[in-house]
Design a protein around this ligand. Structure first.
Ligand code: SAH
Length: 238
């Protein structure tokens, strides 16, 4: 096993805590554009995220629209933010880092576990052909879907359910991104990867290791990309 990427504790989803390009807000009607560009430069590029397609997606997706009204002023600050139901939208840097680790080229089918606010799904939607996203909390999943559809993202498939089972009807996937932390690598999920496909997943109970698991002809290869902290991936609602 090798260690890759950056070290240090990055905050994902803290406790307590494209095919056709969608028509995001034009610059003149987006009061947060400057803040967003500054966020990308200072929090994301300066910390080493380089892939141009990822940087562009982070500049384009209007993060504030994935947050509850009233909390939008915090949308571009350097941390996770509450989105209701005890859950959080991940820190911008961790969204960019996990997305970069997937190495998407544009023609992939990607599975996301933990739709949450829908923000990560929007970023993936710009970088892959199809996104499949599963959320266990029905209210959050429905709200995320409304937000994404209103913004015009049309290559995302939604499911309310338990991500531990994956999405077998749509498998195998080129990439899987898990945005809640399972105590160990979920077997059913790695089995839904194509050979050559990658899964990025924070594994552990309180603190987690960000693992990058590649399916090979003969099995799986695991690399480590640093320490992170996410909300737990739960088995049943409650
Ligand atoms: N990707 C989200 C942030 C995720 S926070 C975003 O961009 O906003 C983690 C999410 O995982 C929470 O919404 C939580 O409800 C969900 N979750 C936890 N356990 C799950 C499971 N077993 N299956 C699917 N979703 C789960």
């Amino acid at each position: 096993m090798t260690r890759i990427g950056r070290t240090g504790l990055a905050l994902g989803c803290l406790l307590s805590l494209a095919a056709a390009l969608p028509p995001d807000l034009p610059a003149q009607t987006d009061p947060y554009l400057q803040q967003r560009l500054q966020m990308v430069e200072e929090q994301i590029q300066r910390r080493g995220v380089k892939r141009p397609s990822v940087v562009d997606a982070m500049k384009q997706v209007p993060r504030h629209l994935f947050m509850p009204e009233g909390l939008r002023e915090e949308a571009y600050s350097d941390g996770p933010q509450p989105i209701g139901d005890g859950q959080t939208i991940s820190q911008p840097y961790i969204v960019a880092l996990m997305t970069e680790l997937l190495g998407l080229m544009g023609d992939e089918r990607v599975l996301e576990i933990g739709t949450g606010s829908g923000y990560q799904a929007a970023v993936l939607s710009r970088l892959a052909k199809e996104v499949y996203t599963i959320e266990i909390r029905a209210e959050l999943g429905r709200r995320a879907r409304r937000t994404l559809e209103e913004l015009g993202y049309d290559n995302i498939h939604y499911r309310i359910g338990d991500g531990y089972a994956g999405w077998s009807e749509a498998a195998p996937f080129d990439a899987i991104l898990v945005t809640a932390a399972p105590p160990e690598v979920p077997r059913a999920l790695v089995e839904q990867l194509k050979v050559g496909g990658k899964m990025v997943v924070p594994v552990g109970r309180y603190f987690q290791d960000l693992q990058v698991i590649t399916r090979t002809e003969g099995g799986f290869r695991t690399e480590f990309a640093g320490g992170v902290r996410f909300v737990p991936m739960i088995k049943n609602k409650d």
